[in-house]
Design a protein around this ligand. Structure first.
Ligand code: CP3
Length: 343
């Protein structure tokens, strides 16, 4: 079993820097696109054998040090009674937005093994066949709430912030319900064999630090602290959330995910030694000529400076235009540039 990723998450010195990619299973892969001709994305997520197949695809192809379960952050939300679909090129779209206390009260609390049985089943299949750790994941309450309140993706999150600021009681009730269910969802993935978890708060960067501390952090903390006894690394990630890194650490992360907007060395200086970092190459760099990409990747590694507690990744998901061969070449570059003794 290759456990470099888990050791780096714990801040231990490793013989090389581990690497995996957010959205490493997805549209940049011809095999995935072929499968999607025949099956919808939600259907793949809900069919354990298909989800396991797609999860494992990039592991051999790319030589990455971790697998991330193929699912979506809205899978458990749908199982809580929300009618939704995922639109290609758009993202999750919700029928009937959540905007009142009654809407919040209609959300059922998730019983993972009953409501999303395919998730646990896919994890159990995968842990038998993988030789790298499997990462389970969930959407963080703010990011999920934003889809529910906006009815779909948003740039400005006006309705979400409107609910938060005008009816804080309903807001907190919504966040509590989401937190309880996502805690259960993550615990079930770990019980089934996931060796680490990532809590995606992709859109939380829209908030000011004060609003994050007041309206979001307690709920994310409920999830992350509620996992503490399971002793698996907890990764917490947001896009454009450089101004919230300390808060996301304080919510209970062992590893803070960095997008590409914040230099890795500066983030580390702010976060201190107690947490590891993951990231942070701009996914768009994958579209550049190799020499330029190499320069950018080496810059990330130089900023990491060979110190323990770095997991190499992109600053957000692999773009569909990315060439699989370039990703493979990047994995090899990280290995060559970081191989060292463990003392
Ligand atoms: O390889 C992996 O990373 C595992 C699979 C995974 C998916 N979604 C599959 C998927 C993961 C970890 C997610 C999480 C997810 N889903 C997040 C958090 C991570 C992030 O990217 O910030 C968010 C915000 C979502 C919501 C969502 N679902 C979006 C924004 C999209 C993209 C819409 C588009 O077409 O551009 C989806 C659909 C989705 N989920 C795809 C994949 C591979 C797109 C491909 C398809 O439709 O088949």
């Amino acid at each position: 079993m290759n456990d470099l990723f888990l050791r780096a998450c714990r801040g231990e010195r490793t013989e090389r820097t581990p690497v995996w990619f957010m959205r490493q299973a997805g549209r940049y892969q011809p095999e995935y696109r072929a499968l999607r001709q025949r099956h919808g994305i939600l259907e793949i997520c809900r069919t354990p054998e298909l989800a396991a197949f797609v999860t494992a695809l990039p592991v051999q192809r790319l030589g990455v040090d971790a697998a991330i379960l193929f699912s979506d952050i809205v899978i458990p939300v749908a199982a809580m009674g929300v009618s939704l679909r995922i639109e290609e090129g758009v993202g999750p779209v919700i029928d009937g937005r959540v905007d009142s206390r009654a809407d919040v009260e209609r959300l059922r609390s998730l019983e993972p093994e009953v409501d999303v049985p395919a998730v646990g089943e896919a994890v159990r299949i995968l842990v038998k066949e993988l030789d790298v750790p499997l990462i389970g994941f969930a959407g963080a309450p703010f990011t999920l709430a934003s889809y529910l309140v906006e009815g779909g993706p948003s740039r400005s999150f006006i309705r979400t912030k409107g609910l938060m600021l005008s009816d804080p009681a309903t807001w907190h009730q919504l966040m509590e319900r989401l937190a309880e269910s996502m805690l259960a969802h993550l615990r079930a993935q770990v019980d089934a064999g996931a060796a680490a978890v990532q809590l995606f708060d992709s859109w939380v960067g829209a908030l000011a630090p004060g609003d994050y501390a007041q309206f979001v952090l307690p709920h994310s903390r409920r999830i992350l602290e509620g996992l503490a006894d399971l002793r698996v690394p907890r990764i917490h990630f947001g896009v454009g959330a450089g101004h919230l890194l300390e808060g996301m650490r304080d919510a209970g992360a062992d590893v803070v995910g960095l997008d590409w907007r914040v230099p890795l060395d500066e983030a580390r200086a702010r976060l201190g030694e107690a947490v590891a970092v993951q990231g942070n190459l701009d996914p768009a760099a994958m579209l550049a000529p190799w020499e330029r990409l190499e320069e950018r990747a080496v810059d990330v590694l130089n900023r990491a400076d060979g110190r323990p507690g770095h997991v190499f990744n992109l600053g957000h998901g692999v773009l569909p235009q990315t060439s699989p061969a370039t990703l493979r070449r990047l994995v090899d570059l990280v290995a060559v540039r970081t191989t060292r003794g463990t003392e």
